[in-house]
Design a protein around this ligand. Structure first.
Ligand SMILES: [Zn+2]
Length: 214
């Protein structure tokens, strides 16, 4: 298993490198965590939010799933990793922000646009995007040049934010000014991060110092 051996080698580099160099940070983190941000991201191996946002251990509480979905509170039956993580982040950790972090070229979004065998877990999971998908497909019926994949990636972030507000503890924290919600989209191909502007409902690129890039 060369792949797993590579993980062990990676651990050894971490243990003799970052873990030693950041010993004070890890000593403090051993006592507990107090991240200020929760991120709901896709499981996609290319879009690790702790890398994209360049955060250190202890700074970001993360839940990842296919297509960075947020099920509405009404869809929760029994155990739910997203609902449990959200409750813990908002009620116990008292994070300041919850960010729905989507990305371009998302396989989960592509799956939502394809007919899938109904007995597959992925088909059932991405069906949570159905309300957004129907809007995108209706728009594409009128304007066939719409990029349905990109449009649904955006619509899915908007839907995720709306679904977050279906949890009473999220709505209350936002209403009382204890919590802010944000939406973002990242494209690995051009390195662009776009943030959803609440005033315009558009995703606006984050300016970067291009001169510093080589
Ligand atoms: Zn994805």
């Amino acid at each position: 298993m060369p792949e797993f051996r590579a993980l062990i080698e990676g651990f050894r580099r971490f243990r003799s490198g970052q873990w030693r160099e950041q010993r004070l940070r890890y000593d403090a983190l051993a006592l507990g965590q107090a991240p200020k941000v929760m991120v709901i991201a896709c499981s996609d191996s290319r879009v690790d939010p702790t890398r994209v946002f360049d955060t250190a251990p202890g700074q970001m509480f993360v839940v990842r799933n296919i297509a960075n979905l947020v099920p509405p509170a009404s869809a929760i039956q029994g155990q739910s990793s997203v609902a449990a993580a959200l409750e813990y982040a908002v009620e116990v950790l008292k994070v300041d922000y919850v960010v729905v972090f989507g990305h371009a070229r998302c396989g989960g979004i592509a799956a939502a646009l394809q007919p899938l065998p109904e007995n597959r877990y992925i088909a059932s999971w991405v069906e949570l995007i159905a309300p957004a998908r129907e809007k995108v497909l209706a728009a594409a019926a009128i304007a066939p040049d719409i990029d349905c994949q990109a449009a649904l990636e955006q619509a899915n972030v908007r839907l995720g934010l709306a679904n977050l507000r279906t949890y009473p503890f999220v709505a209350a924290a936002e209403r009382e000014g204890r919590l802010k919600l944000a939406g973002a989209l990242f494209d690995i191909a051009n390195g662009e991060l776009r943030i959803l502007d609440a005033a315009t409902d558009r995703f606006e690129p984050v300016p970067v110092a291009l001169a510093a890039e080589t």
